[in-house]
Design a protein around this ligand. Structure first.
Ligand code: PEP
Ligand code: MG
Length: 540
């Protein structure tokens, strides 16, 4: 049995086989060929195989995720028969007398370059299709599978690093947990792991030879056991059973009110990223959704989602919630949440860079599409909207003006929309410090303690090395929260907390005594928090 210690970033325990996930690009050999026409034929044969693979993927995606996402594979099949692309490959094989896989990489680079410099966002996004198709061809030509699909059994994924977009694209039913080399407990990947209720560790350098071996991942103690002995497996299974017992105990709190013993009611909402999380929120008896991280829908896609796609997703969420509150946070793209088709440039300090509301105010066409979808969904349920990364009154006013324009457009077009409450995230020290002024501009505040801690403490939330400095209990953070609650209430705003700190049971009493109205947490934290609140006497 081997043992590796890491940093626990999501609690829980699981037993299963390791699946090594690699996102490194293969290095492609370049060599001279004698018979160029044979090489051209080899390329043609690879195209045939790729085409059959893409057709199978199209059918699978059609069944599992629907037509609009399946269309990616259709677009890739078209790419495969693109005359210009193929001509370039033939030309290179013949004129340079090189192997087919090398010729494909040359064509790939050239086409990626052309597409990514196009003005049109749709065409820009085609660059990723070129990459995908080329990598598929190269894998076939070299005989090395590029990225293995996960098998039937659920697995513990081991990777150097996992971005939020890679994580959201994994099949939840096939995951038991994650181990990564990099990544902190405040990263969005860690938040996703907690939302999925999967144990996760960072700081573990996985070895390729672990692939397929049995392991125990202990997200409470921060340990990964490879080839565990019988006793370790038995103990892990016992803890899984205890966890199930605890879950059963908490289930009895369903349908009960979230009130302190003194009768103070707290609204308990869920943080979600997609529709299945909304189901999890309901299964855990949340009183609504306090934070829909709407960017995760964008991260799953290869191109911008249309207004109809967004609307149908938001409407479905609102309808699933049957009159309970759905708070949609507008696009918080940038920093660690990147989608190539946005064409955002690499930055020195992405967390303090061009992200979130800054992108939306700079590219109003993207923002308006989302706002139209949000307002329209408001007709079908209790929808609220909130804006991330606010630092000034000026931004809030600019947003209000855009919201007004969108409402006028919808009215002109006779499209129904709802009365949607407007709120902002308080997640920068600037917003906290001017919360007295901001309160007059909106209906509610939602305190984002993840970013508020990162910016107040000057500690990069992504940096696993700084874990010890990321002290969200720091008096500076707690003072700011108190101040925001007081200012919000004076200005007639409701105030909630939706950062990870909201789930910290050691602070529940403090938050309630400060007057916080709402707490929004991962679905799995709802019932433990209800249990805690119901045990409190009369805080404050
Ligand atoms: C936060 O910053 O606390 C927050 C809730 O937003 P996110 O974690 O998505 O940045
Ligand atoms: Mg944030």
């Amino acid at each position: 049995m081997e043992q590796r210690n890491g940093t626990p970033i999501s609690k829980g325990i699981a037993v299963g086989r390791i699946w090594c996930y690699s996102n490194e690009k293969q290095s492609i050999p370049k060599y001279k060929v004698q018979h160029t026409e044979e090489e051209v034929a080899r390329y043609e044969a690879a195209k045939g195989t790729a085409s059959a693979e893409l057709e199978a993927l199209y059918k699978k995606a059609l069944d599992e995720v629907g037509e609009s996402d399946a269309a990616i594979f259709d677009a890739q099949s078209m790419m495969l028969s693109d005359e210009d692309f193929n001509e370039l490959v033939y030309h290179f094989i013949r004129s340079e007398q090189v192997n087919a896989e090398y010729a494909v990489t040359v064509a790939e680079e050239k086409f990626v370059n052309i597409f990514s410099h196009m003005q049109d966002d749709y065409m820009k996004a085609r660059a990723e299709d070129v990459r995908d198709v080329s990598q598929r061809l190269i894998a076939i030509l070299t005989g090395q599978p590029r990225s293995r699909q996960m098998g039937g059994e659920p697995v513990i994924v081991a990777a150097k690093e996992l971005s939020p977009s890679q994580t959201v694209q994994m099949d939840k039913n096939k995951l038991l947990g994650f181990v990564t080399e990099t990544g902190s407990s405040n990263s969005h990947t860690a938040i996703l792991a907690r939302t999925m209720r999967l144990p996760a560790l960072s700081g573990i350098e996985a070895a390729e030879q672990w692939d397929g071996r049995l392991a125990v991942i202990d997200g409470d103690e921060g340990v990964l056991y490879i080839d565990p002995d019988e006793e370790t497996v038995a103990q892990a299974r016992k803890r899984c059973c205890e966890e199930e017992e605890r879950t059963k105990r908490l289930q009895r709190l369903k349908g009960k009110e979230t009130v302190t013993r003194a009768g103070r009611k707290i609204l308990l909402y869920a943080n979600v990223g997609n529709l299945s999380d909304v189901e999890a929120a309901l299964a855990n008896d949340a009183e609504g959704v306090g934070l829909l991280r709407s960017e995760f829908l964008y991260l799953k896609k290869k191109t911008f989602p249309t207004e109809e796609e967004l609307f149908s997703c938001y409407r479905m969420a609102a309808e699933l919630l049957e009159g309970k509150r759905l708070t949609i946070r507008t696009l918080d793209i940038g920093a660690d949440k990147q989608a190539d088709y946005f064409g955002l440039k690499q930055e020195e300090n992405p967390a303090m860079g061009f992200r979130a509301i800054r992108v939306c105010l700079d590219r109003p066409e993207i923002f308006k599409t989302q706002l139209r979808a949000v307002l329209r969904a408001g007709y079908y349920g209790d929808v609220a909207v909130m804006y991330p990364m606010i630092i000034s009154v000026k931004e809030v006013r600019a947003i209000s003006q855009i919201v007004e324009e969108v409402k006028q457009e919808l009215t002109r077009e006779h499209i129904p929309f709802g009365d949607v409450e407007q709120g902002i995230m308080i997640e920068t020290p600037a917003a906290a410090l001017i919360s007295d002024r901001l309160a007059g501009e909106v209906d509610f505040f939602s305190i984002g303690t993840n970013d508020l801690s990162q910016y107040t403490l000057a500690v990069d939330r992504q940096n696993a090395k700084l874990e010890a400095y990321f002290d969200a209990h720091h008096p500076a953070i707690l003072r700011m929260i108190r101040m925001v609650v007081e200012n919000g209430h004076k200005g007639g705003c409701k105030v909630g907390i939706c950062g990870e700190l909201a789930a910290d049971l050691t602070l529940t009493e403090t938050f309630i005594s400060m007057g916080v109205d709402e707490l929004s947490v991962a679905p799995g934290s709802i019932l433990p928090l209800r249990e805690r609140i119901r045990s409190l006497d009369n805080p404050g």
